[in-house]
Design a protein around this ligand. Structure first.
Ligand SMILES: Nc1ncnc2c1ncn2[C@@H]1O[C@H](COP(=O)(O)OP(=O)(O)OP(=O)(O)O)[C@@H](O)[C@H]1O
Ligand SMILES: [Mg+2]
Length: 424
């Protein structure tokens, strides 16, 4: 496969269908082609401080062709790209249980906010007070007149009106310029979503102002976003661990061979920490505190010294009802998280058991790719490696993978047409 690199001054234009795992790593004005093979479809424009060096490693499948172009041609290309970026406001949305991300065509992921809406309720009427980050700060801390709601549960819409309000807000936020133009929007949905749940998502997006709404299965989006060569005739396993669900899928030739969605994810881990503290320490903590414990010292394996790091936690003492502070160790969090971690491992084992043998052999070669925020739980990759005996890697930018993959599907709709559903 060839990559044409058209270079002029500080503008590099990649006009390519690449076969490299990560497209490029851009740091300090230097482009490094990553070495592993995978198909990535790209057509991006990068602005870099000159000088620019381009390397690739021996043994790469990547063949580099450098072409110099004339100054005004380069300017034309930049001009054209920015112009199309201006008018083409089609979007890809990862409507997640915990976070919603919006990818705008030609611009990448430009919004990432918690999926939370806060309402002011007065005389039976509701008025939106805050959406996203600001609304999340209110969760668990609202007076009677304010309601903070998470409209998504387990990957699908639990509260239709609130979800629509949230999508509208995010679309308005990224789509300021051309209010006359209705965008086409692709949204990812969990593989396990029912036809009714899919229709609800599509309807919400259309009501929020889209002219056309396409759906793509979350595992396909996750694998594209992680840079896996899903269109090749080889088996690829992706495990997307989100807030509400874990999706395990085996993909080949651009489609799903096997997928399973289990309703275990980051939320279930938070609940496990809450119930552990209630049982073991008579301490009642809220969801936000449990999430902070998980992201700070959470781990999927017992620490080697049997205790690990620790942190102070505040909550309400269940015995006498007063606020109290207590210490929690990593070992205790590992114990609390044992069950959800085991459920995730079991979902992966089940997928491996039913994968056709040739594809299973590919997975032995290539390993398993983890995406989603849950993939960031410390040592989860090691726990999975121990149980499955397979190499396990965590995708770069794992929280953004699904949004980036949905965005790539939007950019390369022709090639990935079969994966996008506009009708159901
Ligand atoms: N460092 C971390 N360690 C453990 N968990 C983390 C970490 N960072 C984020 N998370 C968790 O990841 C989850 C959010 O991940 P993500 O944004 O992928 O979910 P989502 O896409 O909104 O959910 P879903 O795909 O299930 O609809 C949250 O539960 C969050 O607590
Ligand atoms: Mg997700």
């Amino acid at each position: 496969m060839a990559i044409s690199v058209l270079k002029y001054d500080c503008v590099i234009y990649f006009n390519a269908i690449l076969r490299c795992n990560m497209l490029v790593n851009i740091k300090h004005g230097k482009i490094t082609l990553m070495t592993k093979l995978a198909r990535i479809l790209t057509n991006d424009l990068f602005y870099l401080p000159a000088p620019v060096r381009i390397h690739y490693e021996k043994g790469d499948f990547v063949r580099l062709k450098r072409t110099s172009i004339k100054r005004n041609k380069a300017k034309q290309m930049v001009g054209l790209a920015s112009l199309t970026g201006l008018f083409s406001a089609d979007m890809a949305i990862d409507l997640g249980t915990a976070n919603t991300l919006v990818y705008v065509k030609g611009r990448g992921v430009i919004l990432s906010e918690p999926s939370v809406v806060a309402y002011h309720v007065k005389d039976g009427t509701k008025k939106v007070l805050a959406v996203g980050e600001d609304a999340k700060l209110m969760l668990g801390r609202t007076p009677g007149s304010i309601e903070a709601i998470r409209p998504m549960r387990e990957g699908v819409i639990a509260d239709f009106d609130v979800a629509e309000e949230m999508i509208k807000h995010f679309i308005r936020k990224v789509h300021k310029r051309s209010t006359f133009y209705k965008p086409k929007i692709i949204v990812c949905v969990p593989h396990g979503a029912t036809p009714v749940e899919k229709r609800a998502i599509r309807q919400s997006v259309l009501s929020a102002g889209a002219r056309k709404a396409g759906l793509i299965a979350e595992p396909i989006a996750a694998a594209i976003g992680a840079g896996m060569p899903i269109t090749d005739p080889t088996g690829n396993m992706v495990v997307d661990i989100g807030g509400g669900t874990t999706e395990v899928a085996v993909l080949s030739l651009g489609d799903i061979v096997y997928a399973r969605s289990v309703r275990v994810g980051g939320d279930r881990m938070d609940e496990a920490i809450i119930s552990y503290l209630r049982r073991q320490q008579n301490l009642l903590v809220g969801e936000a505190t449990a999430e902070r414990i998980k992201t700070s010292i959470g781990t999927a394996r017992m620490p080697d010294d049997g205790r690990g790091a620790s942190m102070m936690v505040r909550g309400r003492d269940l015995l006498n009802g007063v606020p109290k502070e207590t210490e929690i160790t990593q070992a205790q969090v590992a114990e609390a998280l044992a069950e959800p971690v085991q459920q995730i491992c079991e979902a992966v084992m089940t997928a491996l058991e039913v994968t056709p043998p040739d594809l299973a052999a590919d997975i032995v070669d290539r390993g398993v790719m983890l995406t989603g925020g849950g993939a960031l739980l410390s040592d989860l990759d090691l726990a999975l490696r121990e149980q499955t005996g397979l190499a396990v890697s965590i995708a770069e930018e794992s929280l953004n993978c699904v949004a980036m993959g949905t965005g790539k599907a939007l950019e390369y709709e022709k090639q990935l047409r079969h994966a996008i559903d506009y009708d159901s």
